[in-house]
Design a protein around this ligand. Structure first.
Ligand SMILES: Cc1cc2nc3c(=O)[nH]c(=O)nc-3n(C[C@H](O)[C@H](O)[C@H](O)COP(=O)(O)OP(=O)(O)OC[C@H]3O[C@@H](n4cnc5c(N)ncnc54)[C@H](O)[C@@H]3O)c2cc1C
Length: 370
């Protein structure tokens, strides 16, 4: 694509960037989307697709494929020292559906291609020039992105009316804008094993096995794979054997890990950008907010950013709305993010209660929800 051939440059081809590009293209906006990675990551990370996001995906025309490839979660079951404490059940409309993130990305990538778009891979944003730090959006303005082509194609200057930074938690775009990422990092690390199993587990329920030594979360996925997620044992190393020991001591009886498909250890942060826009440059997805995976909201929040921002950019670019419409993006998404960070933090602290007194308070609260 030649310089000046796009109205919006999307930096990052994860779920947020992909949906942003699709939503713009379907409204007739010319989009360029670049990603520094040569290949998609192919990891399952985010699993849950909540109803609002399923509506957005259905509106994009991929609802049937999401429905056919995912599995529903009809209940959350809470246990305390293996005794049932509470259950939350969901109707079909309110149930989350579980789909590995690489499948969500594949579905969005295929939709992008059908709409005439394509991710340019191996292209990294180095810096941004001509950003208006006054915060205003002047009519007719542009931003210049400096892009490095890793295949020896050198460095390119690309000038465009709007840039969307969907480049993940370590966002280069956010760094270029000098926008803070306020919040904190939880002390403990978390470990997860996605695996085939021997034994029986409900295929449509998420189970929380809570103890004062930590909580084990069990999440179903398509094709008989289950996710086991736990706080890392104090001073311990995580391995398939260590996770099996956690299952044996605090989880469901008679379940054995047989064939792991993904294992990782990660730290959890609760942070959000102090601003979602500077001049003609926007932040979306993990570039704007990261929070605990409790409740499976991270990718969902980013996809809602993408949808909110895209129709507004299209309306402004096509002269159907005045520029100030774009101010509402940050206001609306910052408030949604504030609530998600607050709620997931509460949920995470409940799951990591380490004293008998705190566990008793938590169990009482869950019983009241039942
Ligand atoms: C273990 C784990 C479990 C999770 N579980 C859930 C869950 O159950 N539910 C849920 O909703 N969320 C979950 N999440 C969170 C979810 O994975 C993220 O919120 C989601 O990936 C964010 O998508 P994104 O597109 O905003 O960012 P990313 O997926 O991080 O994509 C950013 C993209 O930008 C590219 N990029 C970065 N820098 C540059 C640059 N300078 N130039 C060009 N490209 C660049 C990267 O290569 C990448 O492809 C989980 C996360 C983890 C780690």
């Amino acid at each position: 694509m030649a310089v000046g051939d796009a109205d919006v440059l999307v930096v990052g081809g994860g779920p947020t960037g992909l949906l942003t590009a699709c939503e713009l293209l379907r409204r007739g906006v010319r989009v360029r989307i670049v990603d520094r990675a040569r290949e998609p990551t192919g990891v399952p990370k985010a699993l849950s697709l909540w109803p609002r996001v399923r509506d957005i995906l259905a509106d994009l025309g991929v609802g049937d494929e999401v429905q056919d490839t995912s599995v529903p979660v009809r209940a959350f079951r809470y246990f305390s020292d293996r005794r049932p404490v509470a259950s939350l059940t969901f109707t079909e409309e309110l149930a989350a559906r579980q789909l590995p993130q690489y499948e969500t990305e594949r579905i969005l990538t295929e939709r992008l291609h059908a709409l005439g778009g394509k991710i340019e891979r191996g292209v990294r944003l180095l810096c941004l020039d001509d950003v208006d730090f006054s915060g205003r959006i002047e009519p007719g303005g542009t931003v210049t992105a400096v892009l490095e082509h890793e295949d020896g194609g050198g460095v390119e200057r690309f000038t465009v009316p709007f840039v969307v930074g969907a480049d993940g938690a370590g966002s280069a775009v956010r760094g270029q804008l000098g926008i803070g990422f306020e919040g904190s990092t939880y002390e403990m690390a978390f470990a997860l094993v996605d695996t085939y199993i021997e034994g029986r587990l409900p295929p449509d329920e998420i189970s929380y096995y809570q103890t004062t030594n930590g909580t084990l979360v069990v999440v179903p996925q398509p094709r008989g794979v289950f996710r086991f997620l736990s706080v890392m044992p104090d001073g311990g190393e995580m391995s398939r054997e260590a996770m099996q020991q956690i299952i044996d001591t605090r989880g469901p009886h008679g379940v054995r890990i047989t064939e792991p498909v993904w294992e990782t250890v990660f730290r959890v942060h609760a942070r959000r950008a102090t601003d979602f826009r500077r001049g003609r440059v926007f932040l979306a997805g993990d570039a704007a907010h990261v929070h605990s995976p409790a409740g499976g909201q991270g990718m969902n929040n980013g996809l809602q950013d993408a949808q909110n921002l895209s129709w507004k950019l299209a309306a402004v670019l096509q002269g159907r709305s005045p520029l100030p419409l774009l101010d509402s993006y940050g206001t609306e998404r910052a408030e949604a993010t504030r609530r998600i960070v607050r709620d997931t933090d509460l949920h995470t602290r409940a799951l990591t209660a380490r004293t008998a007194r705190r566990a008793a308070v938590r169990d009482t609260a869950f019983r009241l929800l039942d």
